[in-house]
Design a protein around this ligand. Structure first.
Ligand code: MRU
Length: 401
């Protein structure tokens, strides 16, 4: 996607030094555009935990590149494989809810494990034979390739989600076109109004986004769309990130306070909801940013279709019950107590306190929307019912998993 007409992804290898991974540091958006260099495993742990990068698919890709950087860091260690195992545990501990993280780390770890079997065991006095050093270099190249593959797959999956989801928006647009009266005072009665929560846009992924991919596809085809953007307290990913990227792409949108969605739905101002997911069970329960469940309840009460954009890397095939089985991250209460914003007088970004000193705060980062409230899952293979049967209809190879 583009920022100031320049195409960007959210993560890439430094063009002149492949030991460095570069990211857009999302903590500074929308007021400043900052690129950060990540050189060590520790840099990746901080980047994921402190949300320089965030959003399930991007966390997955970052974790895979974190394994690559760890491999570079520990290349000379006589305990290379143990260090890689420890790096995997450390990266997985950074954020618990998005399954993309564990998926990506495990994929790299399996590669490392299978490569470990190829490595000769004899060692010289320095702890490693020459052959082992050479082989470790080859393995690092393979780990880098795996990180790149995970990233490219994510882009391709988001693109496909966009193509499938576009059909839903097109259908609503066509229905509204037929219903629109020629004398309507509304200049664009066929505009499709879509509500989204948090940021499941390209900034949460590598490109396109998940929930936003159908929106960008529709907009690019000339279908009139308008997006209601939930601000998404406490970290305001909607107000700061979704609004930023929609504005950059020229998609009409309106930022709303988190509690506005129900009112809009009661008044026919929302045609559909599309959100992303951090982890979806094989039965179709969806963990996503805190507040998603309330939007699903309001949508069900008002007959508004509620769709979830789900790349397969966000499906946890081992889980059946989202409410009991998905770990919900609890973050530091300071995120509730304080808010960041631009002081337009000084031009500086400042943090100010919202709550009284001494009032405790709780910061649950995600909630679970039960499958019964989800109209459909938009995956890279097509759209299905939010149920085990629906998902297995598209991902038959998971039947015995
Ligand atoms: O805490 P965050 O900002 O990482 O949470 C992000 C979300 O909840 C997104 O909706 C989800 O990861 C899907 S991203 C395509």
């Amino acid at each position: 996607m583009k920022i100031n007409n320049t195409p960007f992804r959210t993560i890439w290898l430094h063009p002149e030094d492949e030991h460095i991974v570069q990211i857009i540091d999302q903590r500074h958006l929308p007021h400043h555009f900052v690129i950060a260099d990540l050189r060590t495993l520790e840099d990746f742990e901080v980047a994921i935990r402190d949300m320089l990068v965030r959003g399930a698919p991007l966390i997955g890709s970052a974790a895979a590149y974190g394994m690559y950087v760890a491999a570079l860091q520990f290349a000379a260690s006589p305990n290379f494989y143990e260090k890689m195992g420890e790096s995997a545990v450390r990266l997985k501990a950074t954020r618990p809810t998005a399954v993309n993280l564990a998926y990506a780390v495990d994929r790299v770890l399996m590669l490392v494990g299978s490569l470990a079997g190829l490595v000769p065991t004899p060692r010289d006095g320095s702890g490693q034979s020459r052959t082992t050093q050479v082989e470790i270099a080859e393995q690092i190249a393979k780990i880098r390739q795996a990180a790149s593959d995970i990233t490219e797959e994510s882009v391709a999956h988001c693109r496909s989600i966009g193509e499938h989801g576009l059909k839903l928006i097109e259908a609503i647009h066509n229905r509204k076109l037929k219903q629109a009266l020629p004398s309507s005072v509304d200049r664009q009665p066929s505009t499709v109004n879509i509500l989204t929560h948090c940021n499941a846009g390209w900034l949460a992924c590598i490109d396109h986004g998940t929930a936003t991919a159908p929106i960008y596809a529709a907009h690019d085809q000339g279908i009139p769309v308008h997006v209601w953007v939930d601000e998404t307290r406490p970290r305001n990913q909607g107000a700061s990130l979704t609004a930023f990227e929609l504005k950059e792409h020229g998609v009409p949108h309106t930022v709303i306070a988190d509690n506005t969605g129900g009112h809009l739905m009661q008044h026919g101002l929302v045609d559909m909801v599309i959100v992303g997911t951090d982890r979806t069970t094989r039965t179709g329960d969806v963990a996503n940013k805190i507040g998603t469940y309330l939007k699903a309840l309001a949508a069900a009460d008002n007959g508004v279709p509620f769709y979830v954009a789900v790349p397969s890397s966000s499906i946890d095939w081992s889980l059946h019950n989202g409410l009991t089985d998905i770990p919900i991250e609890q973050r530091d209460a300071t995120e509730v107590h304080f808010i960041n914003g631009l002081d337009e007088k000084s031009g500086e970004v400042r943090e100010v306190r919202l709550t009284p000193q001494g009032s405790p705060a709780a910061n649950y980062a995600f909630d679970v929307t039960p499958a019964r409230l989800v109209t459909g899952l938009i995956t890279e293979r097509g759209i299905c019912e939010a149920s085990e049967q629906g998902l297995l209809g598209l991902f038959e190879e998971q039947s015995n998993s």
